[in-house]
Design a protein around this ligand. Structure first.
Ligand code: NDP
Length: 466
């Protein structure tokens, strides 16, 4: 039986409640025997500066487990052993009390903290005497530019070696991302056309209906580009664009991902978006209705400083400069308060070279579409259709992809407790991701790209619509 402690810093936060604790529960409810072994004997220590009763912390854990149907002896044991320590992890004097709660030889410290606090705490940890087998799990965004990411890497590596640092990006453990690997490398059908000769455009879109939801403290200094594109969607791009790794171990898969991202640059070959030569566009939502909810304008949300010009919708065009992909735009997009949100990876295939003369009908391009939520595959094909013998119509063939009972954060917890960093971001890659988006951040800071507006509940600014 492993005797491990998972110390969550930021235990009173949204991530812990909504994703981390249910993630642990999902491993109990739907994991393999190996997952149950990892959790057996686990001491779950929650910590934050706020006062919280031990019973309240246990209640929080229990209710997160119940939400994902995690029950039984293991769930009860974890709840019963859960400990809460009120502490400020950026104060060296608070660490003895935190370490006193640690049981067993293995310690995972999960930084579920605001980004600005993460580097402060990492600095403090350099002088704390941690157990030999300590693993650090650090949430995104990792730094705020390439330089701060490099500095954070340096500090973390002064605490534990790189193999025990998990830079969390739960999109790597997303079913759609893992489904992409399987689709490409475990089927003969798709990989032969997975290149610039056959694919004319790749889009990775993750829109959502949610607005700010009270998270101005974090989001207003981040925005859609830093929050979603620079981290999650670049990881997905890497999996779409990578060469086949020899294995899916932490070295081969992460080398392949790193190579794809090292080859990625801002698009420089002319207009990708209508009405602009720029390889990016940005916008912010105004008041409107999303489904049956009314959202105020982003700038009227509590805690928002309108002068920060924070975008709630971002689109950027990139190029992966490899023999496989050069010349194909990769468009990344994510937005909040979108009425009919899309969340999918779309490969638009080039038109056939010649259709037999005499055929009539729609010449829509073929598309391979992999959806995030729920995981799904859609093939948009050109099929025989209409009343005439040689008529053509676009036709969708759709299917659900297998779901997993283990959530994306269950996957993260599995990785950190087993210290398997395969699905976490390597240090150099975290820096590369900032290098890729920096020219866009610079252009936006100089106002070279206008900040447009769209009504909450719409699909984005009118001028963006095809
Ligand atoms: P919250 O603001 O909800 O929670 C932050 C936690 O950190 C609280 O427990 C808070 O407790 C503690 N905290 C805040 N300020 C300090 C401080 N100065 N010193 C020490 N502790 C502090 O944030 P989230 O839970 O939403 O996010 C946490 C991390 O997870 C962030 O890096 C975020 O980017 C990342 N993330 C969040 C996601 C989400 O959906 N929420 C999704 C993906 C990543 P207290 O004030 O009591 O100390």
């Amino acid at each position: 039986m492993t005797k491990a402690t998972l110390l969550i810093l930021g235990a009173t936060g949204d991530l812990t409640k909504r994703l981390l604790l249910p993630g642990i529960g999902s491993l109990i409810a739907g994991g393999e025997q190996g997952d149950l072994d990892l959790l057996d004997g686990l001491t779950l220590v929650g910590s934050a500066r706020s006062e919280m009763d031990e019973d309240d912390w246990r209640g929080l854990v229990r209710s997160a487990f119940e939400d994902v149907d995690a029950s039984g002896d293991l769930a009860e044991a974890i709840v019963g052993n859960a400990v809460y320590v009120q502490a400020d992890p950026s104060r060296p004097d608070d660490w003895p009390a935190l370490l006193e709660a640690v049981e067993g030889e293995e310690l995972v410290i999960y930084f579920a903290l605001p980004p600005a606090v993460i580097s402060k705490v990492a600095d403090v940890l350099k002088d704390v005497d941690l157990p030999e087998q300590t693993v650090l799990a650090v949430e995104k965004p990792f730094g705020s530019d390439a330089e701060s990411a490099a500095r954070l890497n340096e500090v973390l590596r002064a605490v534990v070696p790189e193999e025990r640092i998990h830079r969390v990006d739960h999109f790597l453990g997303h079913r759609a991302t893992l489904g992409m690997l399987a689709l490409r490398f475990d089927n003969r059908l798709f990989d032969p056309i997975w290149n610039a000769d056959d694919v004319q455009r790749v889009e990775i879109v993750y829109d959502e209906q949610l607005g700010l939801e009270g998270r101005a403290g974090y989001y207003d200094t981040a925005g859609a580009l830093r929050d979603m594109l620079q981290s999650h969607l670049l990881q997905v791009l890497a999996v779409v664009a990578t060469e086949a790794p020899a294995t899916v171990d932490p070295v081969d898969l992460r080398d392949a991902i790193a190579a794809a991202l090292r080859a990625t640059r801002v698009w420089e070959h002319g207009p990708v978006f209508p009405n602009t030569d720029a390889p990016s566009r940005r916008a912010r939502y105004t008041a409107g209705d999303v489904g049956d909810r009314h959202l105020p304008a982003y700038t009227d949300e509590e805690g928002v400083d309108p002068d920060r010009n924070t975008e709630t919708l971002a689109e950027i065009a990139l190029e992966v400069r490899t023999a496989r992909w050069a010349g194909v735009p990769f468009v990344l997009r994510s937005g909040k308060a979108i009425g009919a949100p899309r969340d999918e990876i779309v490969l638009t295939v080039r038109p056939v070279r010649h259709r037999p003369d005499g055929q009539t009908g729609e010449g829509e391009p073929e598309r391979i579409v992999l959806g995030f939520k729920p995981p799904r595959l859609r093939l948009q094909l050109t099929a025989a259709g209409g009343s005439m013998p040689f008529g053509l119509e676009p036709e969708d063939v759709t299917g659900a992809l297998p779901k997993s009972a283990v959530t994306e954060y269950g996957e993260v917890i599995r990785g950190v407790l087993g210290n398997d960093p395969t699905l976490s971001v390597r240090g150099d890659v975290a820096e590369q991701c900032w290098r890729i988006v920096q020219p866009i951040l610079d252009a936006w800071a100089k106002d070279e790209v206008p900040l447009e507006e769209y009504a909450a509940g719409s699909a984005g600014p009118d001028s963006w619509q095809p």
